[in-house]
Design a protein around this ligand. Structure first.
Ligand code: GLA
Length: 757
């Protein structure tokens, strides 16, 4: 196998060009580009070559001495003026009694041949031979000051590797991956290859892991200091609800606002393995890579396998520092700008209003109501095609149901456009119901391991997109729908785990994931204005791999206005507000059965890419008016919400305080949600964040549209928050904080701050 589709986030010149000639060139350090590739010194009688990558406030120092194993001496926040060779001396490993007689030198993968007893980042063999791999540097290429490509070889096993490390100059994000090449005659089986074994400062003893479930995505689970290994594996065939491919390491005293922290993430939407190893010698190493099935990656002579990209960043500004780097990197380097060159349109989605009960007249009525309250995009959800009257039939038959829509979607799409909205459509291209014309015609088009029954899962199976005929069928169907109905937006869903995906008898999740990316890419290149949302039973396909091809994430099916605060706060560790779909749900939440007022529902959907998902016909006139005013307010402030820095602020366990602050700190919005009753007599002070301490800000309360205080006197009157507001200094607002009014639970106040000259 040779990669048909190179990793997407590394710059072109950092991508693998591994081929069978790489081995015969011998060992050589290449010097390229505007900066010296290496910085040679003598250390302990040995010749050493060092590389320093510095960009965006980050610093990666490597020992790249030819014929030796490549080593990351340091990866973290820049230490201006510090040279790699002083770090090499400072990090001198000494002999430890009871261990190997010489200090063991690891590598970028800590492969078995290094003798390192901890987790190996590369497990490969030829039918049980050639597994003691020991990769030594053959050549090093440094095209620019902030990137390096290190090529290694193991002459003994005939295996080569290529490691790309790129520091993004704008954000300081490290983007790296590894390519393994087989140079020998016999097939090489790669069982595991991490993108890199990346060392982290062992003083960051707290591990924040992101877990969750359907309707409870992005739950933060903190693992305190530990010795040994934490391994989190996902083989659900999608990014998954319960094992997010990323995490954060933080020091004991680190808060949202201060202290050292670092984040890492695998930009990949298939299976993965994440491990954090704390060795007894004081080293902490993170590995993230694709988890493949036995025999899935087999390389013939000259073939190569490239891992997905690992992203990592460091901050001394607390957890927000890490999150803001991820947000900036996604914005600047991952997303294309088709979506962000225009304001994020407010959605109306039909799912919770009608489910599978489609009726043209009812949908037209909903469209009119949606437009009236301010929707700008109408998304027709599941149920419009084939025999899809329930979730057990029709998937795969991507033709408009003639029974429901005798004239196709034209009347509805035209009505939507007449009302001034864009028309969007739900699809689930990778799936098929056995009860469908497609499956009856092509039962062999699904991924299936021979002799193994598919796990029942929402009555559907996964199509084999590695088959060109399947890929072409899906492309043809979707491109036809997009063209015929002038569709501006697809909600692209994926509603089952793919448990043992095989194609032609071989594990195929790697190829399937790449094929899905290719399908997105092909559709987007043919329809340059088309936006796509990544949905997978809510947020089970949210990662930077899919976001190379998509514009929005459906964060969760859970529109419970209280729980949504936790889900959005969790997701914000990696994703910026502009890509996180957040909808106003019905008065009685369909998932939790809890009831929420319209002001609270509006405020809970205010931060994020706002939308609605409720039956507007059953809302009363006063709630519709509140909704309309809330949407208008969101539109007034969405540029700030979608382009400012997002801040999670320290919040008592019964509240959620978040904010968006303009990059020039001229303006800010803060949302303060009371989720449970008071813990003490009065609510704790709210300390804003991210402001300029030296400037003055006029603070107003812009939501709700009434005074939510249940006691008088309150700050709302004292500071005229509902009227002209009051001017306070940034320092006072951040350090002293402001007393919020006493309110009932399920109240969310939105403060607007504008700097005064
Ligand atoms: C998934 C999505 C929902 C909805 C349904 C339709 O559950 O997350 O938003 O689109 O599928 O079947």
């Amino acid at each position: 196998m040779t990669e048909d589709h190179p990793p997407a986030l590394l710059p072109q010149n950092s991508r693998s060009d591994c081929d069978s000639d790489a081995m015969s060139d011998g060992i050589e350090i290449q010097q390229h580009g505007p900066v010296p590739a290496s910085d040679p010194v003598e250390k302990g009688g040995e010749h050493h070559d060092f590389i320093a990558l510095r960009a965006g406030g980050a610093f990666v120092a490597l020992d790249v001495s030819k014929g030796m194993r490549p080593i990351i001496l340091y990866a973290g926040i820049d230490m201006p003026g510090v040279s790699p060779h002083e770090l090499a001396v400072l990090a001198t490993r000494q002999h430890a009694p009871g261990s190997a007689s010489v200090p063991l030198r690891g590598s970028l993968l800590n492969e078995i041949g290094t003798g390192i007893s901890g987790a190996s980042g590369l497990i490969a063999h030829r039918s049980g031979e050639d597994w003691a791999i020991d990769l030594r540097i053959a050549d090093v290429d440094q095209p620019t000051a902030h990137e390096v490509v290190i090529r290694c070889e193991d002459r003994n096993t005939g295996i080569g590797s290529e490691h790309s490390l790129y520091l993004d100059p704008k954000t300081g994000m490290l983007v790296c991956n590894t390519t393994i090449c087989n140079h020998a005659e016999n097939e090489l089986e790669v069982d595991w290859c991490a993108a890199l074994s990346l060392p982290f400062d062992a003083r960051m003893t707290r591990f924040l892991s992101f877990t969750g479930k359907w309707s409870g995505e992005f739950a933060v689970e903190e693992v305190p200091d530990f010795q040994g290994s934490i391994v989190r594996e996902n083989k659900s065939g999608r990014t998954s609800h319960n094992v997010f491919p990323g995490g954060i390491l933080a020091a004991p005293g680190t808060t949202e606002l201060q202290g050292p922290a670092s984040g890492f993430h695998l930009a990949w939407s298939g299976n993965h393995r994440l491990r954090v190893d704390r060795h007894s010698d004081g080293h902490c190493v993170v590995q993230l890579g694709e988890m493949t099935f036995p025999g899935e990656i087999r390389l013939a002579k000259g073939e190569s396998y490239s891992t997905p990209e690992l992203l990592a960043c460091w901050s001394d500004r607390g957890l927000n520092g890490v999150s803001q780097q991820f947000h900036n990197y996604l914005t600047e380097c991952v997303s294309d700008n088709r979506a962000f060159n225009k304001p994020r349109p407010v959605h109306y989605n039909t799912w919770e209003a009608v489910y599978f009960n489609h009726n043209e007249a009812a949908l037209m009525e909903l469209a009119a109501l949606a437009a009236d309250v301010g929707a700008e995009r109408f998304v027709l959800d599941d149920g419009w095609f084939g025999s899809r009257r329930h979730d057990g039939a029709g998937l795969g038959d991507w033709w408009v149901s003639e029974e429901i829509y005798p004239q196709g979607l034209h009347p509805l799409a035209s009505k939507v456009r007449e009302l001034g909205m864009e028309f969007g459509l739900w699809v689930e291209p990778e799936m098929v119901n056995p009860d469908s014309d497609l499956y009856r015609a092509h039962p062999d088009w699904v991924l299936a391991a021979q002799g193994v029954e598919a796990v029942p899962f929402r009555g559907q199976l996964t199509l084999d997109l590695t088959k060109p005929e399947v890929f072409d069928y899906l492309f043809e169907r979707i491109t036809d729908l997009v063209g015929t109905y002038g569709i501006g937006y697809l909600k692209w869903d994926m509603n089952r785990d793919t448990n043992h995906p095989a194609s032609s008898g071989r594990g195929a999740m790697h190829r399937q994931t790449k094929a899905v990316y290719r399908l997105f890419e092909k559709l987007r290149s043919v329809h340059p204005a088309l936006e796509i949302e990544s949905c997978s039973s809510g947020g089970a396909r949210a990662d930077f791999g899919i976001m190379t091809h998509a514009d929005r994430i459906w964060t969760s099916d859970n529109n419970d206005a209280r729980q949504r605060h936790h889900i959005m706060r969790g997701a914000s560790h990696f994703f910026p507000m502009r890509v996180l779909g957040n909808h106003v749900g019905p008065r009685t939440c369909h998932i939790t059965g809890r009831k929420f007022s319209m002001p609270f529902r509006v405020a809970s959907a205010f931060f994020g890419h706002m939308g609605m998902e409720l039956d507007l016909r059953s809302e009363n006139a006063s709630d519709l008016e509140t909704l309309k005013r809330g949407i208008a307010l969101h539109k007034q402030h969405r540029e700030l919400i979608h382009s400012g820095d997002f801040w999670r602020l320290p919040s008592a366990s019964n509240t959620n305080l978040v904010g968006c602050v303009a990059k020039d700190r001229d303006e800010a919005l803060f949302g303060y949600a009371k989720l449970e009753s008071e813990l003490e007599t009065l609510p704790a002070k709210v300390c804003f964040g991210g402001l300029d301490p030296a400037r003055k800000y006029r603070v107003k309360m812009i939501w709700p549209l009434f005074n939510p205080s249940v006691s008088t006197p309150s700050i709302v009157d004292a500071a005229s928050l509902g009227g002209e507001g009051t001017v306070f200094s940034g320092a006072a607002l951040m350090q002293h904080g402001m007393q919020p009014p006493l309110t009932y639970p399920d109240t969310c106040i939105i403060y607007h701050l504008k700097a005064c000259e």
